[in-house]
Write a protein that binds this ligand. Sequence first.
Ligand code: IVH
Length: 759
Amino acid sequence: MRRAEALRTELHHHNYCYYVLDNPEISDAEYDRLFRELVALETSYPALRTPDSPSQRVGAPLGERFAEVRHRVPMLSLGNARTDADVQDFDRRIRKDLDTDAVDYVAEPKLDGLAISLVYEDGVLARAATRGDGVAGEDVTAQVRTIGAVPLRLQGGGWPRLLEVRGEVYLPIAAFERLREQMLEAGQTPFKNPRNAAAGSLRQLDPAVTASRPLTMFCYGFGALEDGDLGATQQDALAAFRGWGLRVSPESRVVTGAPGCIAYHRAIGERRDRLDYEIDGVVFKVSDIAAQRRLGHRARDPIWAIAYKYPPREEQTVVRAVEFQVGRTGAVTPVARLEPVDLAGVRVSNATLHNIDEVHRKDVRAGDTVIVRRAGDVIPEVVTVVEQLRPRGTRPVELPKHCPVCGADVVRAEGEAVARCSGGLSCAAQRKEALRHFASRRAMDIDGLGDKLIEQLVERDLVQDPADLYRLGVDDYADLPRMGRRSAQNLVEALDRSRRSTLARFIYALGIREVGEATAAALAAHFQGLAPLLAAGIDSFIVDEPGIAGVGEKTAAALLEWLDAHPDAAPGDEPFADWLAELGVRGLRPAAAAQIAERWPDATALRGAAVAELRGAKHSLIDGVGPIVAAHITSFFAQSHNREVIDKLLDPDIGAITWQAPAAGSVAAKAGSGRQPLAGKTVVITGTLSRPREAIKARLEALGAKVTGSVSSKTDYLLAGADAGSKRAKAEALGIRVLDEAALMALTAGGSEPAADAG
Ligand code: IVH
């Protein structure tokens, strides 16, 4: 019992270090351990569970809506200043009303979040409410309790018995960006700005949703106070807040007179882009609390405080055109060309639209009036279309079929948001990047071909593609500025050396998307030459495993588990397929049920099936080459300009690149591309082999063999693994050569007839 209280105190402290001080004292794992210990205690002894326990942050969902809360003291708004002169007027009025020469103000950023009132009774959080109309707001206690920066009970002591703290709940910009991405990925309409994100996250009936959003809070003021006070000045109150574990802006300062206010506004304005939260201005409050009381308020805002705003970062403008840009990695990105507008001091005439899905989701069209926004240092973006202002005759934007720079096909891999130019090696937009990669150490390793040189070669139009590098001679290179004859000579020698490469390096150097060094090596080892790789279709990389289309691992397991748990269940009069479809197994659709029923005629037969037999899956034949990579590879080689560059690179008169056989010990390939030692041979595979049957089949086919299922007089070789049965016997009876894998390797390495039989 004392342990529970000690744990609570300790957890409150670590929570404070983490969320308020941003300076944890223990690891997350240690925190979790303490937390679990407390939860275990409270579960065993529910009487120990107090409302302010750290375990009680996420409560049960509310019913249909939020309850209304009337504020004990109205939550006021703020008057605005837009110019230095407005601030001088404000200060002059205050000085006159207070009849003094100089006034101190507490200055702090005006956060663009959500105003919240926290009521603490005897130091324990009793109620949290939104501002609402200022008189009454919504009860968001359960939601606010999930915010780590809000103490469930105050630290130390000396607080008023009833203390109403006011502040701003907000979502840091980085968290907002992350949330937006998650929502985009989930196909939801993302929040437009951090403020909406904060409001949307707090106004969730289910506190668990709020808990999943990294909201935080700065406390900047107070409302009702009973039995106690906060000191004489606003800064005293903030210092007291800090002492009680509440989070207060570290930017808060005391300044004097209008000049102090104006300088503060300028200083924060200069750092606005680097703050990790949105602000729309700074606030000045008369520091002396008694003076605040004397000054009082107007209908909606206090006389003793004012907000000095910054220019907005959102503006309305018109889209002149939607164009597509090609980046150095080939990404084809839509860009809105705008009627220029000023956004917080920056003239903006372009805004990113991220990708084509985003264009369609927002339905941005040429001629549209849009809201554009600039947050922090990020590129301006189109937030939304003002649909009421759309002129007649606009048309939806379409992804171009061809690259606007080089004309190559624009492709979009399945499941990817980004469209890309497939021009690769030959697209001017990608040329420098392609050359840089081609020459890099792990690719063709061309010493002396650095970024500066590549820049010059491309800008002078001397090099269109990597093959051109080999066409140029010492004289051409020596002609370049800041390039002596000596360096030119060295470069040409380095190029010469690079002509003798390996197939793996060459494949890697081509810069096929998602084909890194390891994948390139796997492709080289698998195909043993360039020709079979060039000829390969998707099914040379991926095979569909036998199974039921549309049935994943989970569904297969769930179905078999259900059958296991109901050993006597069987369909009555109805067809087996319908019965299966109606079992209520998650993810089992009628079409799949029908297929299952075709293969397993009844429940007893199906009970004997394995998950692996049921699940339909794709199986890759080459390490690192799944369906997406396979699509990149085949589309790269399908492009005629890529094949032209490859031809030039291999042409004895141009690139003259050759490669050696892979190192001894690996599956050897003596010659270059396209050697097919098994051309015209028919091979049958049997028994258990070191790799999946499909991989071996693809490999044999790459070497020119025809692979069939049964042994006949037409069979040339039987590749027999362990436990080969009847096929081996039949082959032996027919006098057909039986090879094991080692013999097969020897065959493909030496190119001669196999020397010995396997048995
Ligand atoms: S003081 C009586 N200080 O601005 C004083 N407000 O436009 C009332 N706000 O509803 C507010 N940061 O949501 C104050 N440091 C700050 C603030 C701040 C943001 C918001 C608050 C208020 C609105 C008024």
